[in-house]
Design a protein around this ligand. Structure first.
Ligand code: ADP
Ligand code: MG
Length: 750
């Protein structure tokens, strides 16, 4: 038997068992060893019967003196009752729903029983205790295999009288079966190779991997378990840190243009702004300007809650870049946002900076007349011509979507690249931009901006290579947005409220989870429905189906129809979703496009905009004061926070109204937390705790999909790992490069 021995080769394997194991991804001995418990029961306290106290979780060793199957008087269900004795006393044992027990445990059998002691009418008892007969270890599993001495080391008992591992399992594969199998191969843990060099084990005070694997399954005691967990968590964290360090070092080696601080002009720029920069905006700007002034590429993440004013900070950096004779680019995730950045940069960059907007379907330039070789009128430029102007260096700042990366755009000398509403520049994006940058072998400086507040521990873990600037304060004069979960019977009141707001001149967003009528077929709706208040977290589509039945469909098209025809016939209502064409048409006159709808809303020509989540990130409509969200439980809190951030962007008191028909308690608790917390960082932390990083940031994005044990709470280990990888010489440790590659492929087998 070896690590790569296939499980079907083991003696006791029936076909059906190996099919079940396959279901949970277990094919080989190695798979079994790395199939980690997700929790433990502590049955390590072994007591005699006379010493038991009610409420305690314990193990007893006792002999069965009577056992019988009985019929309960209440539900006439069968149960097994037994009396067990040791030299100090007797105890009653009962099992429900396990009719086979009387066949396994016979009178006279000596066994261990683990569970919680209860105080019954007729003395102490235990309900559904885990039992394990006192027999010698079973013979080896594999044909011709040798006796497994680790089992002896773990004290023979695997289900009782110890800290017992609990695994995720699948239908008809019991904890005991799985635990038994793992106990049969655990001796092979000694063959697992350690990949962490000795000196790292030492400085982080870690046990070797093989020890950790043994200890994570069958710990001798609490300390042993903690040691095992520490080693395994560290391994996971360390690989992420190595990866970040590799990126950091390769960037450090690269050269970037030195973009010096044009103090006088930048000060004038700031003075001309219609507002005073907040203190954290000033600090962030200063940090960025300092980075630009170095000959290694900046690699910075600018984090700031929605509405905290990141755009102007980016604008300032771009301006300083242009003053140095370099080009800048800013990329947004959607066309709507690219357009918006274009419009605001037009305002803040002033008359001396030429700008181009270039997305798949939109292209235009601004201020071109101030460039040297102006010979065409702005609005007659073809896309191709704009691309040419960029290549010749006649456009100072290019605004676009990520499609800029795939288009044949080429810069003359790109100095600064900004990406908005993304957690970071990916390795791949950086490579592409470097190739497009022009200017010889110089790398551009990189600035990522995000409004998804990432807790520091998380940023440290994943973005150890990034420098972080945080804007943690909103501009003065903003009134906190009033958030309310509205009871269904108050819907009418909410509509009245919206009417009042519109009368005051304000505008309103209505967000719906879907575009058109539900994807769930009507005829099978009952099958999809779930009982109210069901525990667990049913998938959102299931949840929606149930709501769907009890209320009208919340889709953009149905809500648009209802609001424009029945509720607000006197107001101007428009709709927006991702499937609309990018441009052309008009918001109210049929065939609307994303551009025409946003334009009309921005100009105040429409009062109410019914939209899907396309409106989610970044959209800036200072006059909007109400954000109404239908089917609110269908969105993650981070996303709801983004929606909420679409209002309250000016001096008007703003409101976020959440509608939901869910009775799911978890979902309601989430919404209530959201209602009571306006701080984006708090919301993000809560979201991370309740849903996990994979859900919040996307599994791939978060990189935590590969984590089995480590969590964001392991901040000490995260810091330790980061300190240990700093300035490491990768040539000295080829294994580290391999590990990172493996991780990137998502293999991660340790
Ligand atoms: P976000 O950080 O969410 O991208 P924006 O950059 O879109 O936020 O800014 C939101 C709004 O706040 C814009 O209308 C912007 O002009 C305004 N703003 C930015 N900084 C300030 C400030 N210091 N004082 C007042 N308003 C500001
Ligand atoms: Mg923004």
């Amino acid at each position: 038997m070896a690590l790569n021995t296939s499980l079907v080769q083991l003696n006791t394997f029936s076909k059906s068992l190996s099919a079940k194991l396959k279901k949970i991804g277990l094919f080989s001995v190695q798979n079994l060893l790395f199939y980690l418990p997700f929790r433990y029961e502590d049955y390590s306290k072994v007591l005699t019967i006379a010493n038991l106290t009610p409420g305690e979780q314990v193990t007893i060793k006792a002999q069965i003196s009577a056992i019988a199957v009985k019929r309960g008087w209440k539900y006439s269900k069968m149960f097994t009752e037994a009396i067990a004795e040791d030299e100090t006393g007797k105890i009653k044992l009962m099992w429900f729903g396990q009719p086979f027990i009387a066949k396994v445990l016979k009178m006279g059998d000596v066994a261990y029983f683990s569970g919680i002691v209860k105080d019954g009418k007729l003395g102490l008892n235990m309900v559904n205790p885990v039992y394990e007969k006192d027999t010698p270890p079973s013979p080896p599993l594999l044909r011709g295999g040798k006796q497994n001495d680790t089992l002896v080391k773990v004290g023979n008992r695997i289900h009782t009288a110890r800290i017992v591992p609990i695994y995720h399992t699948t239908e008809k594969l019991t904890q005991k079966q799985l635990r038994y199998l793992i106990s049969q191969v655990i001796g092979l843990a000694t063959e697992i190779k350690e990949w962490l060099p000795e000196e790292f084990l030492e400085s982080a005070d870690l046990v070797p991997l093989s020890e950790a694997i043994r200890g994570i399954h069958f710990p001798e005691d609490e300390t042993d378990l903690v040691q095992a967990q520490k080693r395994l968590k560290f391994g996971e964290i360390f690989i992420l840190q190595l990866r970040a360090e590799m990126i950091r070092q390769s960037l450090k080696r690269a050269n970037a243009p030195i973009i010096s601080f044009q103090e006088k002009a930048v000060k004038e720029f700031v003075a001309k702004l219609p507002f005073e920069l907040t203190a954290p905006q000033k600090v962030a700007s200063w940090e960025i300007l300092k980075d630009l002034n170095k000959n290694e590429p900046m690699n910075r993440l600018l984090e700031g809650d929605v509405g905290s004013g990141k755009t102007v900070v980016a604008g300032l950096a771009l301006y300083n870049t242009v003053l140095n004779g370099y080009q800048g680019v800013i990329m947004a995730p959607t066309e709507i946002l690219a357009r918006q950045h274009f419009e605001s940069l037009k305002q803040i960059l002033g008359d001396n900076v030429s700008l181009a907007l270039l997305t798949r379907s939109q292209f235009t330039v601004y201020n071109l007349q101030f460039t040297k070789n102006f010979q065409f009128s702005n609005d007659k430029l073809s896309k191709q011509k704009i691309v040419e102007l960029i290549k010749n260096g006649e456009i100072d700042v290019v605004v676009g979507t990520h499609s800029l990366l795939s288009d044949d755009v080429q810069f003359k000398h790109l100095g600064l690249a900004v990406v908005d509403e993304q957690h970071r520049f990916g390795v791949e994006q950086r490579k592409i931009l470097r190739e497009k940058a022009g200017g010889g072998r110089l790398n551009p400086h990189f600035l990522s901006m995000t409004a998804t507040p990432i807790p520091r521990s998380f940023a440290l873990l994943l973005y150890g290579d990034l420098d972080l600037s945080i804007i943690n304060q909103l501009p003065v004069g903003r009134k906190p947005i009033k958030t309310r979960v509205v009871e269904p019977y108050n819907r009418q009141k909410a509509y009245e409220f919206i009417k009042e707001q519109v009368k005051l001149g304000r505008q309103v967003f209505v967000i719906c989870p879907l575009i058109e009528s539900s994807v769930i077929p009507t005829e099978s709706r009952d099958e999809w429905s779930l009982p109210a208040g069901e525990a667990g977290d049913p998938s959102t589509s299931l949840r929606y189906a149930r709501d769907d039945k009890s209320d009208e469909k919340k889709t953009v098209m149905s809500e648009y129809k209802k609001l424009s025809e029945e509720i607000f016939p006197d107001l101007k209502v428009a709709y927006l979703h991702g499937k609309l064409p990018a441009r052309g048409g008009s918001a109210l006159g049929g065939k609307p496009s994303k551009e025409s709808v946003m334009e009309a809303f921005r100009n105040g020509e429409t009062n109410i905009l019914v939209s899907t989540s396309v409106i989610e990130v970044g959209v800036n409509i200072p006059n909007a004061s109400v954000m109404m969200i239908e089917g609110a439980e269908r969105f993650g809190l981070a996303q709801l926070h983004q929606f909420r951030g679409r209002v309250g962007r000016a001096e008007h008191q703003s409101y976020c109204l959440l509608f939901s028909n869910t009775e799911n308690e978890k979902a309601l608790a989430r919404l209530e937390f959201f209602q009571n917390n306006i701080d984006g960082f708090k919301v993000a932390e809560y979201d991370l705790e309740t849903r996990g990083p994979g859900e919040v940031y996307g599994t791939a994005q978060s990189g935590l999909g590969n984590f089995k044990l480590a969590t964001l709470k392991d901040i000490k280990l995260i810091k330790l790992a980061r300190d240990l990888v700093r300035d490491i010489d990768f040539n000295q440790y080829p294994i580290f490069k391999e590990k990172v590659k493996e991780w990137e492929k998502g293999v991660h087998l340790e």
